[in-house]
Design a protein around this ligand. Sequence first.
Ligand SMILES: *Cc1c(COP(=O)(O)O)cnc(C)c1O
Length: 390
Amino acid sequence: MIPYGRQSINFSDVFGVAKQVAFRSLTQGTRIPEFEQNFANYVGSKYAVAVSSATAGLHLAVLAIELIPNSQIITSPISFVASSNAILYSKHRPLFIDIDKSSLNLDMKLVEQELNSNSLVKAIIPVHFAGLPCEMEQLAKLCNSKGIKIIEDAAHALGARYASGKKVGSCEFSDMTVFSFHPVKSITTGEGGMITTNSAELYKKLLRLRSHGINKLDDEFQLPLQASTKGVPNPWYYEMQELGFNYRMTEIQATLGISQLKRLSRFVQKRQSRVVWYQEALNPSLKFKPAQNTSTNTSAHHIFPIRIDFSKIMISRADLMKILKDRSVGSQVHYMPIPLHPYYQKLGYNVDKLPEAMSYYNEALTIPLYPNLKRFKQKRIVKILKEVIQ
Ligand SMILES: *Cc1c(COP(=O)(O)O)cnc(C)c1O
């Protein structure tokens, strides 16, 4: 079976993890700070905070900006549900803005219109869909003058670059950026995530919230009389200062992350060359085409979605996926618009103002893409698609 995405694990990943489990710390040791430091160096941010998943990271990031309850936060309908669930966890309200049909990212003109007419919007979570960075410079200009916070959902975009050339995660245009290390993403730690920021204040807050809200680093004690005896700090003493969580990553995961991060640039290059091959193979006369207009030197190429106008061909998407599966080719749909999920429907959401998201959803199919996908397999995938669709 050729899956739509998969991890690349080598011997040094395995050996490193085995050594860590056998002889070293399992949690709260030195591997996590090392992974964080290496990660911050790679993306070019001041700080990085490792967490148990990107979902946990998004939750903490939304908490860390401390909005008044019921604030509206803009996000994309074409994303994994975690992007907007993080808004609901914190008792705020997701506001879905339609996508641009060429980039499949938030339509910046519509975002601008919304920001100019709706003062309840306090933050935005742009999603770099399939690894293609949003127009962040433009977004930062729109948001900065209004004090609107920006949290990037970069779960797809580790290894991508902005038009400016800086890496996604450098937080050049945002308050925080969140990454995922789920096995289908750029690098993996099994489960895991990372938040990057350049703000010392946000950094300290994230460290606290990640571990029960207990004071960290040089945070001052709120009860100095209990904290020390005759001026000497009490060795047992710590303080819980706000309601946090246990969203920590393990040392085992961080070990795998350190090892994987060393190969990230290669992974991205390999994804890129496979996308270039697909783009050349899918000539414009075909009834299926790349769904996203990517500039190959900026995207991290997390997935490769194609678009098929099923109303013009004799076969349904469900049947096409079944034929692909019978011939050992995995495929998926990324994504059903979030407001179509029953939970969101019950909250009163609908897709009335999201025609581009709906049109994309109706035509979308993700075909396999991962660093070690062999060329002969790519050829087979395209051949089957041609046979079935044309
Ligand atoms: C995978 C993903 C997440 C969640 O990542 P986890 O690490 O699995 O929690 C969030 N947003 C997007 C866009 C994703 O693709």
